[in-house]
Ligand binder design. Structure first.
Ligand code: ADP
Ligand code: MG
Length: 696
């Protein structure tokens, strides 16, 4: 028999070519291996039957037992739906179907007793269930233990694929394989008291009790996180072995002059600590790869500048890259102003830099007279050549992937030190996974005297009051952001909201200039509008979330976020960071519908209580999973996780990390006795993705 990874699912009993294609298109399941790694998201105790009368609050997936009282067809054409009134004697429940109406009507009858399985929803005090699974009681009571609920897509459901079918197919697949190969070294299995891979795979689909299930999941989670860490750590190890770092032993004139006669304020304790960490790195003789995390306004720019001055003191050049032209320009302006009197030569390079200026930059870079180059991605283009680049700083790194970082290294015979700065607070366990190849520093202290932004939650019907407060801020000479969500589901509708919002604002504040920025605009036009706002030629900016991370308009004191209920907390936090940059009291107003779930209200209220980005990121991770945080960083996971959860499995991540580090120090090549499965497994898991080990 072919190996599970080569075995095409179309040959599995019950699937066939059509369903196989559907499973591939919808879930990316191609092989038997993929299929048996499609795990249930949750489980239902098959022996437990719920009473409809006892439904309350948020209900999980449940089983109920009873009879249909009647069936009715509503609506026409695409709106057509079938409903069935179902009773279990305690109360009634409406069952709704939008698809395969005719077939269903023929299949089910009012006289028969059924067991229904699905997720009850409440609307206006009435309970309903959409597209439940329906069984005869005999077939259900025969089964034992916990029943897995498999994730499906809307399209699969519409084509009649049910969780129960998935279960059948997976079990058919499991019976065709005598034993799945063990994927972890036996000493690791023993050390952590894990169960074998084959047993775990079979058990996760057919657990008899919660204890068995726990052990199966633990083993599979560990395995996933182990390989994830092994991939990252092996890459980091290879790199530090292969890459010679340069040593910056000196602190010289550039740094000292700046420190004693320019630096306009004392550094915070956190800034000092991070600078010490950077100095230790660049003095060690190994290439620095450090991520500096610090909330908006924590003062990362100064730290970056001082690190660059160290590079200069050691006879090399430095560059700073920002994701957008506006940000690059802002950095250029503030940094060149700060170093104006210290003899440091700084220039700006972006997509719109003129040819003549480019030539001057090229000359200065080549002969070493240009010390610091600030810019956009233009800086890493191949034709930009430094005499000797010693340090590259990347600001707001989430738009800068591993690959781009790697391009920097080819800019020099000896690769430069790399300092990455991000304002997106990432919980430690997530950072360990996403940036496992970087050392992490945290600036966890704001400069003194900063007034925290006051955050308010307001509802749509209070909009006029909110506008009155905005009016007062405008009258004081302040500027205002108003942000609308742009979410893909219904782009047209969102754009309409944005346009209507813009019109309303213009009518409400006729004596102020209003600019309007969204993602569908040409970049040039967008930059132009943002510039008007930055120069206070416009006082109000109506925008989608395209308003760039890091834009600094200290005079802006109000951030209004419309439909705040649709944003993730980390995103709200980023947006809020646009204000509170000056010395005035700033405000962030979260506008929301009145009708929101208790959970959503809790999340929004958390925003009004805290400005601690890490706390917010943790909360976000717990409620919405890593997707959101990743989303804001636009950097995908190197592999898809089937069972581990970065939000809740912090301890297992740590365990996997420690295990991997010990393994790599004992067997860096992964060729020791009993480790034969490691490299093939890594290749299988990561081959389709970027091979990170090849970058250096
Ligand atoms: P971010 O971390 O968001 O990039 P910046 O580096 O832009 O923050 O700093 C925000 C503001 O705080 C700047 O105006 C900067 O000059 C100021 N700042 C930075 N460090 C300090 C400090 N130690 N004391 C007072 N102000 C500071
Ligand atoms: Mg910044």
């Amino acid at each position: 028999m072919a190996s599970p990874r080569e075995f095409d699912i179309k040959y599995i009993k019950g699937i066939g070519p059509q369903k196989a294609k559907l499973l591939d298109d919808e879930l990316g399941i191609k092989s038997l291996y993929d299929l048996v790694h499609h795990f249930p998201t949750h489980y239902v105790d098959r022996s437990k039957i719920y009473q409809i009368r006892s439904f309350a609050d948020e209900m999980p997936y449940v089983q109920i037992k009873g009879r249909f009282v009647s069936f009715t067809i509503h609506g026409e054409g695409a709106k057509r739906r079938l409903t069935g009134l179902f009773t279990d004697g305690s109360a009634t429940l409406e069952i709704v179907w939008f698809q395969r109406i005719k077939a269903l009507q023929e299949a089910y009858h009012t006289a028969t007793e059924y067991i229904l399985f699905g997720k009850p929803k409440e609307f206006n005090g009435r309970w309903s269930m959409v597209h439940p699974e329906i069984d005869l009681p005999e077939s259900v009571t025969a089964a034992q233990g916990l029943r897995g609920v498999y994730p499906l897509t809307e399209k699969l459901r519409n084509r009649g694929v049910t969780s129960r079918m998935m279960y059948q197919w997976i079990n058919n697949a499991l019976t065709t394989v005598r034993q799945f190969d063990e994927t972890l070294p036996v000493e690791i299995i023993r050390e952590h008291n894990l169960i074998g891979g084959d047993t775990a795979l079979r058990t996760i689909h057919n657990p008899h009790n919660p204890d068995e299930l726990y052990k199966a999941r633990l083993r599979l989670k560990f395995e996933e996180l182990f390989y994830l860490q092994l991939n990252i750590r092996r890459y980091a190890l290879k790199r530090s072995a292969a890459v010679v770092g340069r040593r910056f032993p000196r602190i010289g004139m550039f740094f000292n002059n700046f420190y004693s006669s320019v630096l306009p304020f004392p550094l915070t304790g956190a800034q000092k600590r991070v600078l010490r960490e950077i100095r230790a790195d660049v003095g060690s003789g190994q290439q620095m790869n450090r991520l500096v995390q610090g909330d908006v306004g924590s003062g990362k720019t100064i730290v970056a500048l001082m690190a660059m001055l160290i590079a200069l003191d050691n006879g090399t050049q430095a560059c700073l890259m920002a994701p957008t032209e506006i940000l690059a320009t802002q950095h250029y302006e503030s940094i060149s102003a700060m170093v104006a009197k210290t003899g440091v030569n700084v220039k700006l390079l972006t997509g719109s830099t003129r040819k003549k200026e480019r030539e001057e930059i090229a000359d200065g870079l080549a002969d070493g007279s240009l010390h610091i180059l600030i810019g956009t991605h233009a800086v890493i283009e191949d034709n930009v050549r430094f005499k000797d680049l010693g340090l590259a700083v990347i600001d707001e790194q989430h738009r800068f992937g591993v690959m781009q970082r790697a391009r920097l290294w080819s800019k020099n015979r000896i690769p430069p030190h790399v300092l990455v700065m991000t304002a997106t607070p990432i919980p430690r366990t997530l950072a360990m996974t996403l940036y496992g190849d970087l050392d992490v520093s945290v600036i966890d202290e704001l400069p003194p005297g900063r007034r925290p932004v006051t955050t308010l939650l307001r509802y749509d019907d209070q909009r006029m009051q909110v506008y009155r407060s905005i009016g007062r801020q405008l009258a004081l000479g302040r500027q205002v952001y108003i942000v609308y969500p742009l979410i893909l589901e219904n782009e047209k509708l969102d754009l309409k909201c944005l346009e209507e919002g813009y019109e309303l604002i213009r009518e409400t504040f006729p004596s102020y200039n209003v600019v309007y920025v969204h993602g569908k605009m040409k970049p040039k036009e967008k930059d132009h509008q943002m510039k008007l706002f930055a120069e206070n030629k416009a006082q109000i900016m109506v925008a989608t979330t395209v308003i760039e991370v890091g834009v600094n308009v200290p005079n802006a004191s109000v951030m209004v976020i419309e439909n705040a209920e649709r944003f993730g907390l980390s995103q709200l936090h980023q947006l809020r960071g646009r204000v509170g940059r000056g010395t005035d009291q700033s405000f962030c107003v979260l506008m929301s519908k009145r009708k929101i779930s208790a959970d959503t209200r809790k999340r929004l209220e958390l925003m009004t209580r805290t400005t601690d980005g890490f706390l917010i990121a943790e909360a976000d991770l717990k409620t919405r999973g890593p997707g959101d945080i990743e989303g804001t960083m636009q950097s995908g996971m190197p592999m898809e996780l089937h069972v581990a959860n970065l939000a809740t499995d912090g301890q297992i991540i740590q365990l996997a990390r420690d295990t991997v580090d010990r393994l790599l120090s004992a067997d860096p090549q992964l060729t020791a006795q009993g480790h034969g499965m490691l490299i093939p497994e890594l290749t299988h898991l990561f081959a389709r993705k970027t091979d990170m080990s090849r970058i250096s």
